[in-house]
Structure formats: structure tokens, C-alpha cells
Design a protein around this ligand. Structure first.
Ligand SMILES: *Cc1c(COP(=O)(O)O)cnc(C)c1O
Length: 331
């Protein structure tokens, strides 16, 4: 992803902390397009990143700055994949890291965090509870907190998904982008990238942003509820439940900007239940050869629902993000 270095937080003379993240394939999925009832459907397969999720992009950018700026250590609350990614990049940078993750995080992810040499704290509760403990530890240790959208650099790494999308689509954008959204960093990153490409002349000034679709699980859908109510903030979701751990984020810090992106792009937020998600994940994998995460299946199932109810046109050219690898969720 560092081929886009002029748009990333890298100072002159610095080298990035990189493990080969980014430049993931955009895979044509004609069988899924037919089944969903859209003209064209492609999967942006983020499972190919180091530690198996798009979180690698944000952590590569953030840990590059952390090392460059001489921070003593790193601390992060995570629903899972961000912990594995920060463990990898901290190891690559030679920095100590403490990860706070819910006890209920899929075991392969917790084992990856541990295997990469991070100090792992298993937390009772959800990512919000982990966030409180992480903030307290950061305050007492002086280590740098790297929580979603609460520091400036992770989202900069996430922008590279938007740069790649534009480049891989031949500098013309799809009509609809479906992103399984928890904290919102992925969605905000793509949107920010498209704005920057227009501002810098890589896309024409009259470029329209794609319609963004925020896909969530019915057991944790704060953005869907806020969008349906026409609110500009999301109230925290009580008792968040979903096996798609990346979506188990009851109080997304980026709620206001996400809801604004949905309004400004004629986007929408929608959710599906666990059985629908599980079934769509299997279909996504079996139809494409991608070992999809449940979050990717969630995005596919949400798209299918939106075509059925007429929100997305059968003529649409759609990109669905598969944000992680299915293997991380199999005990
Ligand atoms: C973190 C994560 C998400 C949610 O991404 P946000 O940027 O927090 O909205 C979706 N899928 C997977 C696999 C994740 O790890």
C-alpha cells in the first residue's frame, strides 16, 4: 500500500513499517451477481492482508508514525482483528504492545495476538469495556493509545482501499460500495480517499462518490437504528451480540461522520440476522474460492436484501468488501 506514500503519513527519509499489506485483489463474482440480481458484483478481498484482515493497513500507517515519533509502547482495545494486526506491526517495529480484547473474541485471533508476542489482556464484556481499560492503562503508562478513529493515522492507512478501488476499476467508480461496518474506520477511509483523489485531480471534478452501504448484524446495529431514525448520532447499543466479532461495536466513535456519509451519498445502513449471515458467508466462499469472514457474508446478505426491497437497482455495479479471513473464526 506504500505505493501511495505521498497520501500517507510518511516523512521524507523515513521507511514505513510494512509487511506487504494492501494491493488486494478485486474479484469478479458473476454467479453471486446473478443470485443477488445485480448487473455486476465484485469482491474486494481483504483476507489476503497480513494477519488476515484489512486492519493491517491502518496499523501499518499508525505504527510507522509511532516508530517515527519515538513512542515508548502501544495500547489498543479490539474486537479481535485490530489486535492481531497491531501485534504484527509492533513486532515488526520492535515496539511493546498491550492488547485488550473481549474474552469472547474468536480463539484463533486471540492465539495469533499471543503468538506475535503482544501482551494480551482478556476482558469481560465488549470492545467498549476493553476501551475503558485500555485508556486507563495508556494514561498510567504513557504508551500510545491506538483505538479506532481516536488517533489520526489508522484511517490514513484505510484510505488505500479507496485508492486501490479507483485504480482497479480503471479510474471510474462502482455505483455501490458495501462495507461491513463496526467502528467505521474502513468506510470513512474509502470515502476520504475518493475525496482526495478528486481534490488532487486523479478523478474528474464532477466525480460522484459511490452510494455507501453500512452492513451490520441485527444483534449490534447502532448505525442502522440511527440511520432509520434520521438521527445524526448513534446511541450505544445495549448487549451487543454477533459472532462477526468485527461488527460487535456498540458505540462507534465515528457515528456522526458515518451518518453524514450515508446521507450525502444516498447511502443506507441495514442489518441481517446470524443465520442469514452464516448462510451468505458459506455461499460467498463456495461461489468464489475466497475464505470469507462472517463480516463479508454479512455485507453480501445485506446487499441481497437491498436489491429485493428495491433500494439497490438491478442495473447497479457493486463492490462488496470481504474484510477478513474465515479461518480466524473457526475454533
Ligand atoms: C474491524 C472489522 C470490521 C469493521 O471495520 P470498521 O472499520 O471498524 O468499521 C469488519 N470486518 C472485520 C473482519 C473486521 O476486523
Amino acid at each position: 500500500m506504500w505505493r501511495y506514500a505521498p497520501w500517507l503519513p510518511l516523512k521524507v527519509g523515513e521507511s514505513p513499517v510494512s509487511l506487504g499489506e494492501g494491493l488486494t485483489p478485486l474479484i469478479e463474482a458473476p454467479a453471486l451477481a446473478r443470485a443477488a440480481g445485480v448487473r455486476r458484483l465484485r469482491i474486494k478481498d481483504e483476507s489476503r492482508n497480513p494477519t488476515g484482515s484489512f486492519k493491517a493497513r491502518g496499523m501499518s500507517a499508525a505504527i510507522t508514525r509511532a516508530r517515527g515519533d519515538g513512542v515508548p509502547g502501544l495500547v489498543v482495545p479490539t474486537a479481535g482483528n485490530a489486535g492481531a494486526a497491531i501485534a504484527a506491526y509492533a513486532a515488526a517495529a520492535g515496539l511493546p504492545v498491550r492488547v485488550f480484547a473481549p474474552r469472547t473474541t474468536p480463539r484463533p485471533i486471540l492465539e495469533t495476538i499471543d503468538a506475535l508476542g503482544a501482551h494480551l489482556e482478556r476482558v469481560d464484556g465488549h470492545i467498549g469495556d476493553a476501551g475503558k481499560l485500555a485508556a486507563a492503562f495508556a494514561a498510567e503508562s504513557g504508551w500510545w493509545p491506538v483505538a479506532t478513529l481516536r488517533e489520526p493515522y489508522r484511517v490514513e492507512g484505510m484510505k488505500t482501499m479507496g485508492f486501490e478501488l479507483a485504480e482497479q476499476c480503471g479510474w471510474s467508480l462502482p455505483d455501490v460500495v458495501v462495507y461491513p461496518t463496526g467502528g467505521g474506520e474502513g468506510t470513512v477511509g474509502i470515502w476520504k480517499a475518493i475525496n482526495e483523489l478528486v481534490a488532487d485531480g486523479w478523478l474528474p471534478p464532477d466525480t460522484k462518490q459511490p452510494r455507501y452501504v453500512v452492513a451490520q448484524a441485527v444483534g449490534c446495529a447502532p448505525l442502522v437504528r440511527a440511520f432509520a431514525a434520521g438521527a445524526d448520532r448513534a446511541e450505544p447499543w445495549v448487549d451487543p451480540v454477533t459472532y462477526a466479532s468485527g461488527l460487535r461495536v456498540p458505540g462507534p466513535f465515528g457515528d456522526r461522520v458515518l451518518l453524514r456519509i450515508l446521507r450525502e451519498t444516498n447511502g443506507v445502513a441495514a442489518s441481517v440476522d446470524e443465520d442469514t449471515m452464516r448462510e451468505a458467508t458459506r455461499r460467498l466462499s463456495a461461489a468464489t474460492g475466497i475464505d470469507a469472514a462472517p463480516e463479508g457474508g454479512c455485507a453480501l446478505a445485506v446487499l441481497e436484501g437491498l436489491v429485493r426491497d428495491g433500494t439497490v437497482s438491478p442495473d447497479a455495479d457493486v463492490v462488496v468488501f470481504n474484510t477478513g479471513v474465515g479461518a480466524s473464526y473457526r475454533p
